[in-house]
Design a protein around this ligand. Structure first.
Ligand code: SF4
Length: 52
């Protein structure tokens, strides 16, 4: 499946050349609180891995 995920998190190892594009084969997005998210700010990428 072709994916085109834009992401500003340049501190993640999956951010291609730190150009706001995700190079992971898949990502897992979760609620950042115990309840279901009601807006985008309440979601998080669990695939994130720090660059250092
Ligand atoms: S894995 Fe998540 S945080 Fe990392 S570049 Fe992809 S979308 Fe962004």
């Amino acid at each position: 499946m072709t994916q085109n995920i834009l992401c500003e998190v340049s501190s993640c190892v999956h951010n291609v050349n730190q150009e706001n594009k995700c190079g992971a084969t898949q990502i897992y997005v979760v609620n950042n609180k115990s309840k279901n998210a009601s807006n985008s700010e309440e979601t998080d990428c669990k695939t994130f891995e720090p660059t250092s």
